[in-house]
Design a protein around this ligand. Structure first.
Ligand SMILES: Nc1ncnc2c1ncn2[C@@H]1O[C@H](COP(=O)(O)OP(=O)(O)OP(=O)(O)O)[C@@H](O)[C@H]1O
Length: 355
């Protein structure tokens, strides 16, 4: 279990982490979600003992990261945003070296390294120089390094940034596999990422925790923002009378549809979180019983993306919101763009053929 209490990080007047409190339970995959600059990396760097906090405490399985750093760090495997790799080493050499640094007993090292190479699907490239690996493969080496020694908690900072869609799917599969035996915390500014793999989401904005729940519950929170749109053949008064008997239908509007005798009906869905209730069936039978035909029915369901935007709306300017929305919409493209940006940088510095 990880306990974060009243955590503050002040970078010379800039409050990157602002009195953060949360608990991470064992055996789940947690998503640390927030826009760029929200304080995710700073928090992860403090939890893993890379940097110190200005105020507050972090306990990892009962060990305080400041007072008992060795024991606390032993419980954690960390993949930082930029994995520390020696580009002149082969994959195997890098992992052997990391195993030594992690003080894995000599007799177990070979087996441990083979295990993590297998998990991260690196066996085929074990003899390749890291400088010749693509961003995706380097990320796998970083992941394998984090998992070495199989610590109970694995922390991954933006593990899929810069990867192409195929690599993203592969890393997600590995994260799910890790989640079966470890507590995993991953940070991301992409919603689809956390909802795809996480059991629990912590939303952070401007250094503060603004929500902590399952992806499903967060979506449910926004159920009131969901609504229905129908085309119904019938008179307005009759339609309204029928909807008056359905408590889930709130803020009903009835307009002419443009088609003779057909009305365009919209309403907000209130209290749709009840299990086993399908509002479409209720609506269908209510109108069928009254012999009013429904010509079309459409449910506008609030997504986790809307929850995120709603929750961060107070703190963000309209321009920032637009940027986040664009990023969310262009999720796939965004990653591809980042990949080409990163690849460009790598090519410039390495000047060698990539895998
Ligand atoms: N070493 C530093 N010195 C000063 N300010 C910093 C430092 N590191 C981070 N910051 C600032 O602290 C804030 C939080 O940064 P952090 O990197 O933790 O956010 P993040 O949520 O991880 O963002 P990203 O997704 O862009 O990595 C940002 O405003 C950032 O500019």
């Amino acid at each position: 279990m990880i306990e974060v209490k009243n955590l503050v990080k002040d970078y010379g007047g800039h409050l990157a982490v602002d009195h953060l409190n949360f608990t991470i339970q064992d055996g789940k995959i947690y998503g640390f979600l927030g826009p760029n600059g929200a304080g995710k990396s700073t928090t992860m760097n403090i939890i893993t003992g890379y940097i110190g906090a200005t105020e507050g405490d972090v306990w990892i399985n009962g060990h305080n990261i400041l007072e008992d750093p060795e024991e606390a760090k032993r419980c954690i495997g960390y993949l930082p945003e930029l994995p520390p790799l020696y580009v002149d080493m082969t994959v195997k050499e890098q992992l052997d070296f990391a195993a030594e640094l992690k003080k894995i007993p000599k007799k177990d090292r070979e087996e441990e390294v083979l295990k993590v190479m297998n998990l991260a699907k690196l066996t085929d490239v074990s003899g390749r120089l890291i400088r010749n690996l693509s961003k995706g493969y380097r990320q796998r080496v970083g992941l394998a390094q984090a998992v070495l020694g199989f610590p109970p908690v694995i922390i991954l900072d933006e593990p899929t940034v810069g990867l192409d869609p195929k690599q993203i799917i592969e890393i997600r599969d590995t994260i799910r596999e890790l989640g079966q035996k470890h507590t995993v915390i991953l940070s991301s500014h992409i919603l689809s990422e956390v909802s795809a793999v996480c059991d629990h989401v912590l939303i952070i904005d401007r250094g503060r925790l603004i929500a902590s729940d399952t992806p499903e519950n967060l979506e449910r929170q926004m159920a009131d923002a969901s609504g229905m749109e129908l085309l119904i053949k019938g008179e307005e008064a009759k339609i309204r009378d029928i909807l008056d008997t359905i408590p889930q239908a709130a803020d009903v509007t009835v307009k002419e549809s443009g088609e003779e005798a057909v009305k365009k009906v919209t309403f907000r869905l209130a209290g749709t979180g009840e299990e086993g209730v399908d509002i479409r069936e209720i609506i269908f039978f209510a109108f069928a019983d009254n012999r009013l035909p429904i010509l079309s029915m459409h449910v506008n369901k609030a997504s986790l993306e809307e929850v995120f935007l709603e929750l961060t709306a107070d703190a963000e300017s309209e321009d920032d919101q637009e940027e986040i929305q664009n990023e969310i919409q262009e999720d796939g493209e965004l990653n591809t763009d980042m990949e080409s940006e990163n690849t460009d940088t790598e090519n410039k510095s390495d000047g060698e053929e990539e895998l």
